[in-house]
Design a protein around this ligand. Sequence first.
Ligand SMILES: Cc1ncc(COP(=O)(O)O)c(C=O)c1O
Length: 377
Amino acid sequence: MLYFDHSATTPIDADVQSLMSELNQNIYGNPSSTYDLGRKAKHAIEIARRQFADSINCEPKEVIFTGGGTESNNMVLWNVVHQKRKHVITSSIEHPAVLLVLKELEKFGVEHTIVSVDKNGCVNPDDIKNNITSDTGLISIMMANNEVGTIEPIKNIANIAKEYDILFHSDAIQMLGKLPIDVKRLNIDMMSFSAHKFYGPKGVGALFIKSGITIKPMIVGGSQEKNLRAGTENISGIAGLGLAAEIANRALDQNFTHLLDLENHFRNRIMEKNVDLIFNGFDKNHLPGLINLTIPNISSDLLLIHLDKEGIAISNGSACSSGTISPSPVLKAMGISDKKNLESIRISFGKHNTINEVNKLVESIRSSIITIQKNST
Ligand SMILES: Cc1ncc(COP(=O)(O)O)c(C=O)c1O
């Protein structure tokens, strides 16, 4: 299998896997229990909290572990129900784990404004400023987009939020392990993360909440996670997240260079082959290793099927439900026509990919296009 869909998920790092297996087998105590096995489990969680905090430059007490990125986003957004100011500003290229939550929150008296993006998928901070009302209590803009990789100007937006005394949240789920994240320097109030995007386990995430900010729990029960997220902790998952974050941070420069090399190689190689295509999004200010491109007159679904047959995994932004293929809302928001939208693919490289694999990918894309074109005439 040639896997080029690391924005969807990543394989678990071998060291993370062995730590998790060890904990699952031997440290099965309940972290709330006071005897030795419980204390050991609690200790594993606190090590992970320190590892994670170090990787984003915050204090361990500012980290809450959750059941994934979706849950972290939900915690922040559902909290608006309890806030005095109930208007939220967000953007048209956010993940459904933000946009659909806001839609749901309309039923609970929370209103929102969605600002548009430019042709590269970038938010204009002035648009945020112009939509602030006396009722705005939260601004939520992602750090980097999952479909085109655009990096958003969140430092500027965070500064605007501070100027108006509004909470600022950012979904940084695609960012960790690709570029440095420093929540203090960026002036962030809350930030969401998900372990399976940086070679950690699925179903475990983290939420950074700056000291001094109080939010209400979404899941209520026991007093775990400082009363913010009830339920017996997923010890091995949390420990896996912590170690994965530490490894990602340690290898940040090396990973960045590797992903960029693969990406540049792909771009050069596919251009050399004279494949007719359009790259979507920014050339520069984007996540390394993530490429979104349109191949005119070639349906992305068909192309994905051809590549799958050759053991190659890439993705397209379109969601297929009940037999209907819908265009990606992100590409739509960038002004890409529905036709081109359905001819667009996403390739996201990872740390284990090699130049040789990229060559095979280019070759397979080219031969698949030729076959599709032949079959359609
Ligand atoms: C930007 C972004 N936000 C949220 C999520 C959801 O994260 P999780 O799969 O951990 O719930 C994803 C994952 O696809 C994502 O890419």
